[in-house]
Design a binder for this molecule. Sequence first.
Ligand code: HEM
Length: 73
Amino acid sequence: MIFGFIVKPIMLLNGGLLLFALMVFQMLQGMRKIKFKGPLHLKVHKRMAWVIMAFALIHGAMAAVYVFGIRIG
Ligand code: HEM
């Protein structure tokens, strides 16, 4: 529970599916199946990597709260 907000399995499932989809796009871009012109390509790939990292941290923290029954606030 985080400030009275209970983490439900469906939220973790949705977060996991979102992360999976983002990672599939990141891999397709890395493999140049999806292309952007010039330097924009690395810019998008790099920024998306940060977005994935941020979501992964939130997802992991929420999973820890759920699995270990941690109470914050
Ligand atoms: C979840 C998957 C991936 C993540 C999180 C990721 C992340 C990154 C990051 C952060 C960089 C920037 C490195 C720098 O600062 O120079 C980078 C560069 C690069 N990545 Fe990925 N990457 C992923 C998948 C892939 C895949 C599957 C490939 C190729 C098969 C790939 C090919 C490249 C290449 C060639 C670069 C160099 C820059 C460029 O030419 O665009 N990446 N990747």
